[in-house]
Design a protein around this ligand. Structure first.
Ligand SMILES: [Fe+2]
Length: 235
């Protein structure tokens, strides 16, 4: 067990980099059509992309609850970490509006989003998060945010740029603003600081296991997204 009293954000960054890189490599290798989201040489499938954005909104609605549960847990363990987590999660809670704005530009209303059933992988991931928070406190929610902010940092710009080229900048204004917020507010760096603080009482192995679990759920999600859109079209 790699357990120690003090982690700096920089040390944690170095320790997590190969873990998340490996997970992304597995994702690209095993998930049908995953590469088409970012590869500039391939056309972005409109139905796949819109359905992805709908699930993004629905996931924000669900994780705003697990983020709040994590805040309650964190307050009792590390008040300074909670002071960083609270503004981050209240910001994230409102990001549904950015993606809903874009979805409207694609002809998808709030009612359409509400009426769209969740993918089973999303439900499974959020239920697992809730059980893990109940069992060990805030770290699972921070692991989730580390994973999504890392991906936002590395890959989301490419996805948005592709969508802008194909469907026009006017449909991607919310997505663009979202990227700017993540970057300007250094969301990934903030998550590293919070995670480093929580590792006073939990091990790096535990954090790594949580990140790999989140990544597995996302692989399941992208497989379901493929089956419902591109996969069905190919049959
Ligand atoms: Fe963010």
């Amino acid at each position: 067990m790699r357990m120690r009293a003090q982690w700096s954000a920089a040390e944690l960054h170095a320790a997590l980099e190969p873990v998340i890189e490996e997970e992304v490599a597995i994702f690209l290798d095993r998930t049908p059509a995953a590469i088409h989201l970012t590869d500039p040489a391939q056309t972005l499938n409109r139905e796949y992309y819109i359905r992805h954005r709908i699930e993004t909104v629905k996931r924000i609605w669900l994780t705003s609850r697990t983020d709040a549960l994590a805040l309650a847990a964190m307050v009792g363990v590390d008040y300074e970490a909670a002071r960083m987590w609270a503004p981050y999660v209240s910001e994230e809670l409102g990001h549904d509006l950015l993606f809903l704005r874009d979805l409207r530009a694609y002809g998808v209303s709030l009612d359409d989003v509400r009426a769209t059933p969740l993918f089973p992988s999303t439900v499974a991931m959020v239920n697992q998060l809730e059980r893990d928070i109940e069992a060990i406190g805030a770290l699972p929610a921070v692991a989730y945010s580390l994973f999504v902010e890392w991906n936002s940092d590395r890959y989301s710009e490419r996805v948005t740029a592709k969508a802008e080229r194909q469907f026009g900048d006017a449909r991607e204004r919310g997505s663009r603003s979202h990227l700017a917020i993540d970057k300007n507010e250094s969301h990934y760096a903030t998550m590293l600081k919070i995670a480093a603080a929580l590792l006073h009482s939990r091990s790096l192995d535990e954090l790594e296991r949580l990140i790999r679990g989140i990544s597995r759920h996302f692989r399941g999600y992208f497989a379901e997204l493929f089956d419902e859109t591109l996969g069905r079209a190919a049959v």
